[in-house]
Design a protein around this ligand. Sequence first.
Ligand code: MG
Length: 106
Amino acid sequence: MDIKQIQSFLEECKRLLWEKFWTVESHTEDVLWSFTKLTEEVGELAEQINKRRGRQSAYKWSFSQEDLEDEIADVIFAASMLAVDFWVDLETLLKRKKWKIETKLK
Ligand SMILES: [Mg+2]
């Protein structure tokens, strides 16, 4: 799947989520929902990392690589949905980020 296909997939997900769950028609509320969802997913990823490190005592032995990967995917998906909310073209965004990183590392 290339970046254009990912962008189309995300836009389709957004449309389907709107149809299924959302009744709020304010862009501000939409962005707020995406942002809080991203925050929630970052917290879940932190929990998985703590499990992997054995620092989450109640779940010390319940770490799974698949759960960690699922949470990484959730964070990427939630951040990308926020980009969709702001009509950001992911390919342009990632190319610019790549250029900035390469420039810093030279
Ligand atoms: Mg999650």
